[in-house]
Design a protein. Structure first.
Length: 128
């Protein structure tokens, strides 16, 4: 999950996390609807993403008003500028059961701190 993985780099970790399971590999078709693109990943990481969101909220102490304002900004101004990015964030929020404003705020914080880097990796295989 790109948002949680990418955002985890901006949140300090108090202790080393030991993953009890091997890292899965996903083959993502970029041409399908956003819910379909993220469904398998969010099904696998929904509990972990929820834990990360709770940790993020505890760490940042973001007030609900800021989360609500981020949601309004995302659904109005940002959606007009970047409709595909908002559609993707909406799908992740919906599939994870998290508030859109919260997921958008998390993504926005990442975007603001990682403006010189990229969190996407694309690979073209012989099959396309």
């Amino acid at each position: 999950m790109l948002i949680a993985v990418a955002a985890s780099f901006i949140v300090p970790h108090p202790k080393q996390y030991q993953n009890p399971r091997p890292n899965p590999v996903y083959k993502i078709n970029l041409d399908v609807e956003y819910h379909d693109k993220w469904r398998e990943i969010m099904n696998d990481f929904k509990p972990d993403f929820g834990k990360f969101i709770q940790y993020f909220l505890k760490l940042t102490q973001l007030p609900q008003q800021a989360i609500d304002a981020a949601g309004v900004y995302g659904q109005s101004v940002y959606k007009n500028l970047y409709p595909e990015q908002i559609a993707e964030i909406e799908a992740i929020a919906d599939l994870s059961g998290q508030d859109f404003g919260l997921v958008f705020a998390l993504n926005l914080l990442y975007e603001l701190t990682a403006f010189q880097s990229c969190s996407s990796i694309l690979l073209r295989t012989a099959e396309g």
